[in-house]
Design a protein around this ligand. Structure first.
Ligand SMILES: Nc1nc2c(ncn2[C@@H]2O[C@H](COP(=O)(O)OP(=O)(O)OP(=O)(O)O)[C@@H](O)[C@H]2O)c(=O)[nH]1
Ligand SMILES: [Mg+2]
Length: 527
């Protein structure tokens, strides 16, 4: 900054007077007939200018220090398609290495988790509405086997659906103590939706209205999109088949970024709701009053049958909390660490998260960048490629699912295409690439349900359809592209993860952190 501004203006003698030969000093000299008031005002203004100047100088110093710090820091980019688990991995990093910060945000997550719960409920109610308008045909009830007959079945033989779905053998409902409201009393697969369901649905509608209102307040940019009738990406996975009527009402997922935590804090203070409550408190109160209906609806046999007939598995939706509805809806609900990790909040753009690790001076500061994985957001990743040390690439082996944003594109195929681009990118030639085969729990369930890889990936052939062989096959595929496309040789790291399992993930992340740090220190010639 100009040194002129730093001179002591408070002194009685003006500094300019000493410098008669300086043309600038001449211009800046006070008028000879300056009154005491004018002089006082001038000095006050000069002092204020000096204060602002110092502040700007400090800001520049801070920026310079931050720039130097950032240059030395470890930078990691989380990449992968939408819903691959990037933000969930970030939450695991926070939980493992900065737990106090993670837990400080518990209250903000409470509302997001409650919105997640209502989102699943909304989908359920939409499906019910569709079912009431166009009932699907109930298949004949499955044969019910006696204990004796079951004993004769070979090991691993399929169990009748009535047992799998918790309605008990012979279509008998489970003990009354396990459910609060019961709607259907008929045997499994035959129970239609009735007026009882219709009335329960009506009782739950105010909750949906509140959810829409709160979501729009949290993410006002959605209001414009909805008003224009734009098609918004929904929370419903692409494998869920919907009729056009349902697709049109698909809901938007609550999104990250845009300071949503600040907005939540402000909304919490605004007394806009009925009875002078904030909208958030009103939502909590209505949710608490509706919890019996929600649990009853979700556990109801006719509802479960309807979902099964339509091939809809709400439990595979991101941010699924219907199994915890009683707890999450309670007025006293406080999210657990696991709840926060499982909460779904779509990432928009790129978010920077700063971590201070406890592992010593060098490399103790980390920046982790969490990006939105949706296809439309991928061009925003490129500016971050420039000086990143490591990439954690999340690739769920979702061989049987399609992209949410393009239902013609297979998710695994999309992951492989993306991986090839990352491996071959010249800007990233020095970055360590770490591959996470995430959502292993879902792969396990998919294979256990008998879904064959060969049907979707013909080149898989008739190899055994189990986790070990499937992982081996795709690991070799990813390794091959890594080897062939990397501009220079680099080690291949691959982990099998289920990042909703925080304990197992913590162990993996400690190893990943050490590996990245070692590579970083080598690159700056410290070791
Ligand atoms: N079952 C299971 N669910 C997971 C796993 N990892 C993440 N999820 C869930 O998948 C959903 C999507 O995860 P996110 O971490 O938000 O995905 P993302 O990659 O950040 O998605 P975008 O922000 O849209 O790019 C969330 O509801 C997570 O709880 C996993 O290993 N197993
Ligand atoms: Mg995300």
């Amino acid at each position: 900054m100009a040194s002129l501004a730093r001179r002591p203006f408070h002194a009685n003698h003006a500094p300019y007077e000493d410098r008669q030969d300086d043309p600038l000093a001449k211009v800046l000299q006070p008028p000879p007939d300056e009154s005491p008031e004018q002089r006082a005002r001038r000095e006050q203004e000069a002092n204020e200018a000096h204060r602002v100047s110092l502040q700007i100088d400090e800001g520049i110093q801070e920026d310079r220090k931050a720039y130097e710090r950032r240059k030395k820091a470890v930078k990691v980019l989380l990449l992968g398609q939408a819903e691959s688990g990037k933000s969930t991995t970030l939450k695991n990093f926070q939980l493992a290495f900065t737990p106090a910060h993670f837990r400080n945000e518990r209250l903000a997550w409470r509302t997001i988790i409650q919105l997640n719960l209502i989102r699943s409920l909304k989908t359920l109610l939409e499906v019910m509405q569709e079912e009431m308008a166009h009932p699907t045909e109930a298949p004949p009830p499955p044969p019910v086997l006696s204990e004796k007959a079951r004993g004769k079945l070979p090991m691993g033989a399929p169990v009748p659906l009535s047992v799998v779905n918790g309605v008990g053998p012979a279509g008998k409902p489970p003990p009354a103590a396990t459910r609060s409201v019961r709607f259907s009393t008929q045997p499994a697969s035959q129970a239609p939706l009735t007026d009882v369901h219709r009335r329960a649905r009506m009782r739950l509608l105010p909750l949906l209205k509140l959810e829409s209102e709160l979501t729009l307040q949290l993410f006002p940019e959605l209001a414009a999109a909805i008003a224009q009738g734009q098609s918004l990406e929904g929370a419903v996975p692409a494998n869920v088949s919907f009729t056009p009527a349902l697709t049109a009402t698909k809901e938007v997922t609550v999104r990250a970024g845009n300071g949503w935590k600040d907005v939540l804090g402000k909304l919490q203070k605004e007394k806009k709701g009925k009875q002078g409550q904030s909208l958030i408190d009103e939502l909590s109160a209505v949710l608490d009053a509706s919890k019996e209906d929600i649990v009853g609806m979700w556990e109801d046999r006719a509802v479960k049958d309807m979902l099964r007939r339509r091939g809809i598995r709400l439990q595979d939706m991101p941010g699924f909390f219907l199994n915890d509805a009683m707890r999450v809806s309670a007025a006293v609900y406080e999210p657990t660490d696991d709840d926060i990790v499982r909460a779904r909040l779509r990432t928009l753009g790129v978010e920077e998260h700063r971590f201070t690790m406890e592992s010593g001076a060098s490399g103790s500061e980390w920046y982790i960048y969490d990006v939105g994985g949706n296809r439309g957001m991928r061009p925003h990743w490129i500016p971050y490629f420039d000086d990143v040390q490591a990439i954690i690439f999340l690739a769920p082996l979702a061989f049987n699912l399609m992209l949410e944003e393009d239902s013609k594109v297979n998710r695994l195929e999309d992951s492989i295409t993306l991986w090839r681009e990352i491996c071959g990118n010249a800007l990233l030639e020095r970055a360590t690439l770490i591959l996470f085969f995430n959502k292993m729990d879902i792969l396990q369930a998919t294979l256990a349900a008998g879904i064959r890889v060969q049907k979707f990936v013909p080149s898989y052939g008739d190899q055994p359809n189990d986790v070990v062989h499937v992982v081996k096959y795709f690991r070799e595929k990813f390794r091959g592209y890594h080897k062939r496309l990397s501009p220079q040789a680099r080690p291949f790291y691959c982990h099998e993860t289920s990042v909703i399992d925080t304990r197992a993930t913590a162990v993996i992340l400690v190893g990943v952190r050490e590996g990245i740090l070692r590579a970083h220190l080598q690159s700056v010639n410290v070791i």
